[in-house]
Design a protein around this ligand. Structure first.
Ligand code: PHE
Length: 464
């Protein structure tokens, strides 16, 4: 390949773009609703532990692999492990998971687009909380509107990825990330004055051990991967565009802190509303759309403006994540098949759009109703469940095993040290312990527990 590989415009640009990939619908749409479904406190605690013990070490590993090879996942593993090595499967799996996630992610982003336009028409003002709740139901079940917005959002994603690394992805993130955080802080401050605020704090931050279901532990782990964009090569790909003098440790910590901060802020905006109006925290995927407009409706005429800005920023947060999903897929065709960026982006974007149609139709119940009745999950739920709870943790497991046990230690250490301010071997060794033992063993234990091969409670009782 003789094309010069693109780079981020600055180190700061990388952190913002990677944080843009991490912060998305996962933080604002998904985290609050799965926290609600899993009973709050304990789930949040397990999620935070997974971020720290499993997420950050694996994020560093992905960036180390990406930057040392300067390639996207398939190319990276074939450069490191050899052309015919089975480790290339990690790269293939990443492309496949990127396909699946983006296909339904775009449908949710479409809901946000729909709400953005509803805000423009001042749709929510004067409506009661119940009426606002039923608006989501109407949107969820209508097939035409879902497909329309899904198409629009996929076109936006393709548009940004066409612009390439510096021109497209980085430029947008510079403005939009800080704006998103600002609006969340404002909304969180408004929420402090709601009567349900205390209950919300109690729900989110105080562990009530009786409320966690066993499946919640795997869901917390899966979400840690999903929200940090790990386990499918997105961070690896972004790392491949990173300059050699950037600090991988510092960047990874920053990205994770920003990402977790936004997720917790989102909870502290939504749960006070839920408890003030006596809703159930278990409202499911419609949670953000059913709660926030209530506040906007009450602010009066200014509410319409805030609502518009909020949903618009949600769309952009989703866009900067969607772009990283599509980038994993397209960069394979650009790097390995020498396709032009335009061809790779248009073809893959088009296929993912088609792939997303069943998810867009999920709420209407027109597709495979028997299947849904049998498994209790529609197409959309099934894709999300498989991708985030199983494929990402498995991908992350293999990445940690590869980086911890198989990768050339000299190469790994050199890449870790390049640009690092954490140069003492002590830091490096701590990372290795996490990468080699803590992260993979945690993932394995949680998966074994979930499939019923071990019972962690009994194991603990036997050990202590
Ligand atoms: N991290 C993104 C979010 O939270 C989703 C994502 C997952 C992006 C995997 C890239 C890779 O919304």
């Amino acid at each position: 390949m003789n094309q010069k590989r693109e780079n981020w415009g600055s180190k700061y640009g990388f952190i913002l773009a990677a944080a843009g990939s991490a912060v998305g619908l996962g933080n604002i749409w998904k985290f609050p609703y799965i926290t609600g479904e899993n009973g709050g406190g304990v789930f949040v605690l397990i999620y935070l532990i997974c971020i720290a013990l499993v997420g950050i070490p694996i994020m560093m590993a992905e960036i180390v692999i990406g930057r040392s090879t300067q390639k996207s996942p398939v190319g990276a593993f074939s450069a490191l492990a050899g052309k015919d090595s089975p480790w290339k499967i990690i790269g293939w799996m990443g492309i496949f998971v990127g396909f699946i996630i983006l296909s339904y992610y775009s449908v949710v982003a479409g809901w946000a687009l729909n709400y953005t336009f509803m805000s423009l028409t001042n749709f929510f003002s004067g409506k009661s909380p119940d009426e606002i709740g039923s608006v989501f139901g109407m949107l969820y079940t209508s097939s035409g509107i879902n497909i329309f917005w899904h198409a629009i959002f996929m076109m936006m994603t393709v548009g940004v990825v066409l612009g390439g690394i510096k021109g497209g992805i980085e430029r947008w993130n510079r403005i939009l990330m800080p704006a998103l955080i600002l609006i969340f802080i404002i909304l969180a401050i408004i929420s402090v004055f709601l009567p349900g605020w205390k209950d919300a704090v109690n729900f989110v931050f105080f562990p009530h051990f009786d409320k966690l279901k066993a499946s919640g532990v795997l869901e917390a782990l899966g979400h840690a991967f999903f929200t940090l964009s790990l386990g499918m090569g997105a961070m690896l790909t972004y790392g491949s565009y990173l300059q050699k003098d950037a600090d991988i440790v510092k960047s990874s910590i920053w990205i994770s802190v920003l990402d977790t901060g936004v997720a917790l802020l989102a909870c502290m905006v939504m749960f006070p509303i839920i408890f003030t109006y006596g809703f159930s925290p278990e409202a499911g995927p419609g949670l953000v759309f059913k709660t926030l407009p209530i506040i906007f409706a009450q602010i009066g005429s200014g509410g319409m403006f805030i609502s518009f800005i909020f949903f618009l920023l949600l769309v952009f947060a989703a866009l900067s994540s969607a772009v990283s999903l599509l980038e994993v897929v397209t960069s394979y065709f650009i790097d390995e098949k020498s396709w032009s960026r335009a061809k790779a982006t248009l073809v893959t974007g088009g296929i993912i759009f088609l792939f997303g149609i069943p998810s867009a139709l999920s709420g209407s119940g027109v597709l495979f109703p028997q299947w849904e009745a049998m498994y209790g999950k529609n197409f959309f739920d099934t894709f999300d469940y498989l991708a985030s709870n199983w494929m990402l943790p498995l991908g992350g497991l293999f990445i940690s095993i590869y980086a911890g046990w198989i990768m050339d230690p000299k190469l790994r250490e050199a890449e870790y040290l390049s640009g690092s301010t954490f140069t003492s071997t002590w830091y490096y060794k701590v990372w290795l312990v996490f990468l080699k033992f803590v992260a993979p063993i945690s993932v394995i234990l949680i998966i074994l527990q979930r499939v019923g091969l071990i019972d962690i409670d009994k194991l603990m009782a036997a050990i202590f």
